[in-house]
Design a protein around this ligand. Structure first.
Ligand code: ZN
Length: 257
């Protein structure tokens, strides 16, 4: 009977373990050279920020023994649908799109930086995450976005709340307000992904202070650590593969700090 109980306990633990699939993590560099996205307060194109952060995230995941497929890193990928097709062709098990945030045109103010006319905004900082209800793996997408957001908050970063409200009403409904996760159903890379997909806006590059912070190795490493720990917590990465990060796999607010 003892042997049977042990076998049952073993089976239960196996069933309870997160299912870790094979295949790389697709890390998508948002935008492309010809249309590089938002422009920072000091005139740097968003694509440069996305490229720099995606490289650090990819290196962090690879250091943990994970395989990574970078998408759009050469700056040539104009067709959004091509991004998820490439991820699928490469057998990716998760799709993470890297972006940096701006604000609505009417919130931008003019200033001059190094003799050039530029635009900045005040009062908008922090990260946000997006998931699509048209993605076939919505629950996993939300779980991973929430887990990444929880770790970014724990690292001291604020949630960017400006996507949620406007003078005319709600723009984007919350999927998880505490952890900075919005629904954005029609984002092409999220809705055409056949695997769980999350878009990360790592910070607001039209804020003059946050722009400079976002370019530092420290902020990029902090974000990459949150991504790796979040993907481990939501079961995309094997929680046993990196014992040094095992403590990060607990949900926030439970267990030891
Ligand atoms: Zn973008």
């Amino acid at each position: 009977m003892k042997a049977l109980a042990r076998a049952c306990a073993l089976l239960a633990s196996l069933l309870a373990a997160p299912v870790v699939q094979a295949g790389p993590i697709a890390v998508d560099v948002g935008h492309y050279l010809a249309r590089p996205g938002a422009t920072s307060a000091r005139g740097i194109p968003e694509f440069e920020y996305n490229h720099g952060l995606a490289a650090v995230i990819a290196a962090r995941l690879q250091a943990d023994g994970e395989s990574v497929r970078l998408i759009g890193h050469r700056g040539e990928m104009a067709d959004l649908r091509e991004r998820t097709r490439e991820a699928e062709a490469g057998g990716a098990r998760f799709f993470l799109s890297i972006h940096h945030d701006s604000v609505k045109e009417e919130a931008l103010r003019p200033w001059t930086w190094q003799g050039q006319a530029r635009h900045y905004a005040e009062g908008f900082t922090g990260f946000s995450l997006f998931v699509s209800r048209l993605n076939p793996h919505l629950d996993e997408s939300i779980a991973c976005a929430s887990a990444i957001g929880a770790r970014l908050r724990r690292a001291g970063l604020p949630v960017a709340r400006h996507h949620g409200v406007s003078a005319s009403g709600t723009l984007r409904p919350w999927a998880d307000e505490d952890n900075g996760v919005y629904f954005y159903d029609n984002l092409v890379v999220l809705k055409t992904s056949t695997v769980p997909a999350v878009l990360l806006e790592a910070g607001v590059i039209v804020d003059r202070d946050e722009e400079q912070a976002l370019a530092t190795p420290e902020r990029r490493a902090l974000t990459a650590d949150a991504v790796a720990a979040g993907l481990r917590a939501c079961g995309v990465l094997d929680p046993s593969a990196n014992p040094s990060a095992a403590g990060d796999s607990k949900p926030p607010g439970t267990g030891s700090p």
